[in-house]
Design a binder for this molecule. Sequence first.
Ligand code: ADP
Ligand code: ADP
Length: 237
Amino acid sequence: QAHVRLEHVTKRFPGNGRRGAPLTALDDVSLEIDRGEVFGVIGYSGAGKSTLVRMINGLETPTRGRVHVGPHELTALAERARRGVRRDIGMVFQQFNLFRSRTVAGNVAYPLKVAGVARPERDRRVARLLDFVGLLDRAHDHPEQLSGGQKQRVGIARALATEPSLLLADEATSALDPTTTGEVLALLRRVNRELGVTIVIITHELEVIRSIADRVAVLDGGRLVESGSVYEVFAHP
Ligand code: ADP
Ligand code: ADP
C-alpha cells in the first residue's frame, strides 16, 4: 500500500499569475510514494515543490484532486483531523528553523512537550535521538554554537522526536556545503534504513537525488514531467 498518494492534484492561487490571472502552482499531479522508500522531488525554483510538500502535510488544500497519507484521505478531513495526520509527519527545513533561545536538547524536546510527553520519558527520548544523530555531547549548547551540518542534525532529531513514519525534507541540504550535504544525506539514509521512515526529499540539486533517492519525480511549471527510478529518469554514462 502506498504511503502517500496524490490523484490529479491541481493547486491554483487566485490572482497571482500574469495580469492577475490565477497561478497554477500544481497542474494535475498524480504520484504514489511507497512505504519505506526514499522518494525525491526535483525541479527548478517555482516548479511547485514547496506547494507539493504543503499538499502532503495538509497545510494547504488542493483546488482539485485528492491526497492520501497512509489510510487517510487528507482532502476529506476537517482541519482538526488533518492536524492528527500531521503529527505522523516530520518536517526538515532549509534554514533549520531551530529556536535560538533553546538548547539543542530543548529543541529536540519541544515537540514532545507539545505532545504532552512527561519529563522522564522525554529525557530518555531526547538522549536517544541526540545519540542517534551524534550530538549527545552538545545537548546543552545553543544552536548558534553549532555548524550548519550540526544544526541540521538537530533539525532531523527534532523532526523524529514524535516518531513519525514519514519525513518531508524541503531543501534540507541547500544551505550546506558539499561535504556537509554528504553527511546529512548519510544520516537521512540511516533514518530510512534503521528506523524504517519513509522519506520525501525535495531539492533542486541533482546530486542529492542521485545519492539518496530510490525513485524520483521531476516537476516543471507545476507539471509532473517525469517519474520513475533514478536509473530510468536520469541519463547515465
Ligand atoms: P518551488 O518550491 O518549486 O520553488 P513553489 O511551490 O514555492 O515552488 O511555487 C510554485 C508557484 O506557486 C510559484 O510561482 C509561486 O510564486 C506560487 N505560489 C506558491 N505559494 C503561493 C501562495 N501562497 N500564494 C500565491 N502563489 C504562490
Ligand atoms: P531549554 O531551556 O532550552 O528548553 P533545557 O536544557 O532546559 O532546554 O532542556 C529542555 C529539555 O531537554 C528538557 O525537557 C529535558 O528533558 C531535555 N534535556 C536536557 N538535557 C538533556 C540531556 N543531556 N539528555 C537528554 N535530554 C535532555
